[in-house]
Design a protein around this ligand. Structure first.
Ligand code: HEM
Length: 435
């Protein structure tokens, strides 16, 4: 089998470096081996080929015969459920994706502007002045609330309160590094204990989700509602069949898990980068004061370039794939490492600098900017995430003056499947001037 060479260290060492020093690991591999290299991680039976140039990513993501790597279902299925759009393949996947796309269309997002603005304003009011606090957990609370209201559409305050508590606990458990280690070990040794634990956690919220679905089905004003659950209740598959209760449950939990932590982390990174770069921050504040949003959009693109929240999104090859001088055989697991693509000097001069201007002139070619993946599995919630980020950034920057509370730059740490700010991005709200 001809795979590109890689670090060659024992899998335990490679896994530890990937878990604890991911950027250093990727950068060292790139320096030693170039655009593509093979890594070996514990719990994976075969090496995985990492790629980073846009043409190879395009070939991987547009090859319809390429499937998901088997590891994806292992940890996600017990929580997301067997019908999750993130886990299904082939026709089953495409039919769900088609049914779920309309509510996520860019134009539809305007319906959520008020809700997101209200949630952000209420969150900002709770922030202390003149006292350091980590902004990442605040963004997690905010994006969870947005999902409860805009996606689940929960209006009953008591149910919203119960769901907030239970979902918060489920999300914390799901992101725990200890659980990740237990899952890797379970996969390696064929144990089901940690998976049963995940299933039990997920079951605690199902009752409330099913109650919400039943209320929605019975709601005579369903057609006037614009939350995503209501739109999905009204949706039909191509054969005219509606989505059943268990299907709706799985897709709702999928949207929660795929959309909550990712958007919160992307926001935390954007604040971290803005607070360390006064010039872009000043330019953004000026633009917001004038009511524009061009530089705001560029700022978000640049933050997602430099800090891609989801580091990898791989496929298992269904047919041979040529990558550089290598002909990878079917069955090989291949994944782009988005951080490597986004920091290529041939695509982005001075790649480590935060310069939103680079996105003003013209958009990058499709597979050179891939924070949301690509092809038929490109993020369903990309327009929603970017819209939410624009509103939250606008609300925060126009209501408060934030400063970074640490001088050392944030390191990238892995949290569950994301690249997360290690310290949670400590910030401080400047005290209000005496009146
Ligand atoms: C900045 C925030 C986000 C980032 C960086 C992100 C990133 C990604 C990536 C890289 C994928 C592709 C996975 C693959 O190729 O296999 C993906 C898929 C997906 N994302 Fe997101 N996401 C974000 C926000 C959201 C939001 C807000 C939602 C929904 C509310 C969402 C729902 C989904 C779904 C359902 C999929 C599966 C699509 C499919 O398999 O057809 N994401 N996301």
């Amino acid at each position: 089998m001809s795979l590109p060479p890689g670090p060659g260290a024992p899998p335990a060492i490679q896994t530890a470096r990937w878990l604890f020093r991911p950027i250093d690991f990727l950068d060292t591999c790139r320096r030693r081996h170039g655009d593509q290299f093979s890594v070996e991680f514990l719990g994976f039976q075969t090496p995985m080929v990492i790629i980073s140039d846009p043409e190879s990513i395009r070939a991987l993501y547009t090859g319809r015969e390429n499937g998901l790597p088997p590891g994806r279902s292992f940890a996600l299925e017990p929580v997301m459920g067997p019908r999750s759009v993130l886990l299904l393949e082939g026709e089953d996947h495409l039919s769900r994706r088609k049914a779920m796309l309309p509510p996520f269309h860019g134009e539809r997002m305007r319906a959520y502007e008020t809700v997101i603005g209200e949630v952000a304003a209420a969150e900002i009011e709770r922030w202390p002045r003149g006292e350091a606090f980590a902004i990442h957990p605040r963004m997690q609370a905010l994006t969870l609330e947005v999902i409860l209201r805009a996606v689940f559409g929960v209006t009953d305050l008591r149910r919203r309160e119960s769901l907030r508590g239970l979902l918060g606990r489920l999300l914390d458990k799901f992101a725990s590094p200890l659980l990740q280690v237990k899952l890797l070990a379970a996969r390696r040794f064929g144990r089901s204990g940690p998976l049963d634990q995940l299933r039990r956690e997920a079951a605690t919220v199902d009752e409330l989700i099913y109650a919400e679905i039943a209320d929605r089905r019975a709601d005579p004003a369903l057609a006037e509602r614009d939350d995503i659950l209501s739109l999905l209740v009204a949706t039909r598959f191509a054969d005219g069949e509606p989505l059943g209760d268990a299907e709706l449950r799985d897709q709702l939990v999928t949207l929660l898990l795929a959309g909550h932590e990712t958007t919160a982390t992307a926001l935390a990174w954007t604040f971290d980068l803005l607070l360390r770069n006064p010039e872009p921050q000043g330019r953004l504040r000026d633009e917001l004061a004038e009511g524009g949003d061009e530089y705001l959009r560029a700022t978000i693109s640049e933050a997602l370039r430099l800090r891609p929240v989801v580091p990898l999104a791989g496929r298992r090859l269904g047919s041979p794939l040529r990558i550089g001088e290598y002909e990878l055989p079917p069955g090989t697991d291949v994944t782009p490492a988005f951080w490597l693509t986004h920091t290529r000097p041939d695509l982005y001069p001075q790649p480590l600098e935060f310069r939103p201007e680079r996105f003003l002139a013209e958009p990058p070619e499709t597979y050179a900017w891939v924070p949301f993946g690509g092809g038929v599995r490109r993020c369903l919630g990309a327009a929603f995430a970017e819209f939410e980020m624009r509103i939250v950034l606008r609300e925060v920057l126009s209501r408060r003056r934030l400063v970074g509370a640490r001088s050392a730059p944030e390191r990238i740490a892995r949290r569950n499947i994301t690249f997360s700010p290690r310290q949670g991005t400590p910030v401080m709200v400047m005290p209000a001037p005496a009146s």
